[in-house]
Design a protein around this ligand. Sequence first.
Ligand code: CA
Length: 65
Amino acid sequence: MEMKSYTGRQLKKLHKYRHGKVNILDFEILRSQFNQNGINLSADFNKDNKINILDFEILRFNFNK
Ligand SMILES: [Ca+2]
């Protein structure tokens, strides 16, 4: 699925300045951005310019990876 590879890149970008895996810190980032709209949000894993349940699902799917 195309979204999946993009998601991997986004998650890597998110980790670059923080830590090695998807963990509770990523969840905290997502939580802090939840319900926001805009470009360049780091937790916008599916790149639809919104932080919502879909981004949470992607995070959940990649958790501990
Ligand atoms: Ca999104």
